[in-house]
Design a protein around this ligand. Structure first.
Ligand SMILES: *[C@@H]1O[C@H](CO)[C@@H](O)[C@H](O)[C@H]1NC(C)=O
Ligand SMILES: *[C@@H]1O[C@H](CO)[C@@H](O)[C@H](O)[C@H]1NC(C)=O
Ligand SMILES: *[C@@H]1O[C@H](CO)[C@@H](O)[C@H](O)[C@H]1NC(C)=O
Ligand SMILES: *[C@@H]1O[C@H](CO)[C@@H](O)[C@H](O)[C@H]1NC(C)=O
Ligand SMILES: *[C@@H]1O[C@H](CO)[C@@H](O)[C@H](O)[C@H]1NC(C)=O
Length: 396
């Protein structure tokens, strides 16, 4: 029985491979190398008496960093993660600020002692823990430390006395660009209320429970997403434009409200920031994302017409790529977005532009134009800051 199911499955796969359409290019994903993580992380851990799972808390926290993340600071490697530890119950205590732990062992030693057991105090005030985290952050920021490193607060919370009271402070921290991850410390079954509150406290979908088998991976993935960002003025590609918390790609877009001819636009992308290039559109989602970004900005006027990375050479259309990489053939991708009648065969109309259809304003589609033709808006793209790309300042 199993064998025949497997056989059909394999056979199906071969059929699929045989008849598969051309390969499709993928937009770049965020760097995912935990040994190159560069973040500042504050753990805010409820250790009031009700918490019976300190062992699990401690182990999960250790495992997060057990894939080679470098703890502390280093003179010759900027890709390091600083960790601070705050515990709270009736009172909060800053066990370590961001500059105390200089290695994984340092950190392990501290949590082996400080997170060994829960306290004897019953009350638990998350707001006190969060306030202490704010103190740690302010101290670091006043000292001008690592302003280009994203800040993350990881809360491990039980059903305390005041979780709702902590929401305004959590909102303020999130508005300041700090990511909040929340983990419910609970062994009971009635976790609904705690989960609901922690959803409100955390950023996007970054709310988990200690019971979760994949907890460590979920937190690591949240770290990698947080460590993946664009400099000021660039728009990060996500799976959904309207959902700020949707999955982030490792791609930054820059929409230029100044117009230029195609060649000048391409050169401008090269010069804007680390080897940029004109935007590539492999599938509808990214195309729509770019269009929605333009629509959401008051700097652009419709009907929208903007240069993209399409360029024609020796019989084929190609996508622009970073300086030094070979161009990508458009024929290799399944999804194409030429307006009806395009591309027009021509030896001079060798560059591509997205043009909005005047009768159907919801869409733009590709057209080819004269290489020395009109000036239009243009859109550049470039790889994001992430574990593969360290970014020196907030603005580069
Ligand atoms: C982290 O390490 C664990 C255990 O050593 C391993 O199973 C997991 O695949 C690693 N994760 C990553 C992202 O490297
Ligand atoms: C952390 O420290 C404890 C106690 O000192 C030790 O037993 C354990 O092996 C350490 N864990 C790691 C991953 O180094
Ligand atoms: C933690 O509790 C265990 C048993 O409940 C006890 O043996 C141990 O000494 C305690 N550790 C600390 C650091 O208080
Ligand atoms: C759209 O633009 C407004 C105003 O600049 C901004 O507040 C909002 O975040 C933008 N929406 C998205 C989804 O980026
Ligand atoms: C514009 O949209 C209309 C209606 O959808 C369609 O018939 C027409 O072919 C489109 N024109 C171009 C240039 O895409």
């Amino acid at each position: 029985m199993y064998i025949s199911v497997m056989f059909v499955g394999l056979f199906g796969m071969f059929l699929f491979a045989e008849s598969a359409d051309p390969i499709t290019y993928l937009d770049r994903h965020c760097g995912a190398d935990l040994s190159k993580l560069w973040l500042d992380v504050i753990f805010v851990v409820d250790n009031s008496r009700a918490v019976t799972c300190m062992d699990r808390v401690r182990k999960s926290i250790l495992k997060i960093f057990n894939n080679g993340t470098i703890i502390g600071t280093s003179e010759d490697n900027p890709r390091t993660t600083r960790i601070s530890l705050v515990t709270y119950n009736k009172y909060a205590e800053i066990i370590a600020d961001l500059n105390q732990f200089e290695s994984f062992d340092d950190f392990n030693k501290s949590i082996s002692i400080n997170l060994a057991n829960s306290s004897t105090l019953d009350e638990s005030y998350l707001i006190k823990g969060l306030e202490s985290a704010t103190v740690v952050l302010e101290k670091s920021s006043l000292a001008g430390e690592r302003l280009n490193y994203k800040k993350v607060i990881v809360i491990y919370a039980s059903l305390g006395d005041d979780i709702l009271l902590a929401i305004p402070l959590a909102d303020r921290l999130k508005a300041d660009g700090i990511t909040i991850i929340a983990v419910a410390e609970t062994s009971g079954t009635d976790t609904g209320k705690l989960d609901f509150w922690l959803d409100l406290i955390s950023s996007g979908s970054m709310s988990f429970t200690i019971q979760d088998e994949k907890l460590v991976q979920e937190i690591q993935d949240s770290f990698l997403q947080t460590n993946c960002f664009c400099p000021n003025g660039w728009v990060q590609l996500r799976t959904s434009f309207s959902d700020m918390h949707s999955y982030r790609y490792g791609i930054c877009l820059s929409l230029s409200p100044l117009t230029a001819i195609w060649r000048a636009a391409r050169l401008s992308c090269r010069n804007q920031w680390r080897n940029g290039y004109l935007v590539n559109e492999y599938e509808a989602n990214k195309h729509n994302y770019v269009l929605e970004s333009l629509r959401n900005s008051s700097l652009f006027r419709s009907p929208y017409t903007y240069y993209i990375g399409l360029t024609y050479s020796t019989g084929s259309w190609y996508w622009d790529q970073p300086e030094g990489s070979s161009l990508r053939k458009v024929d290799n991708q399944q999804w194409k977005n030429w307006n009806p009648g395009y591309p027009i065969p021509s030896s001079t109309q060798t560059i591509g532009v997205n043009v909005q259809n005047v009768t159907d304003e919801s869409e733009t589609g590709w057209q080819n134009e004269n290489a020395m033709g009109e000036a239009h808006y243009y859109v550049c793209e470039v790889a994001s800051c992430d574990t593969d790309n360290y970014c020196e300042t907030e603005n580069n």
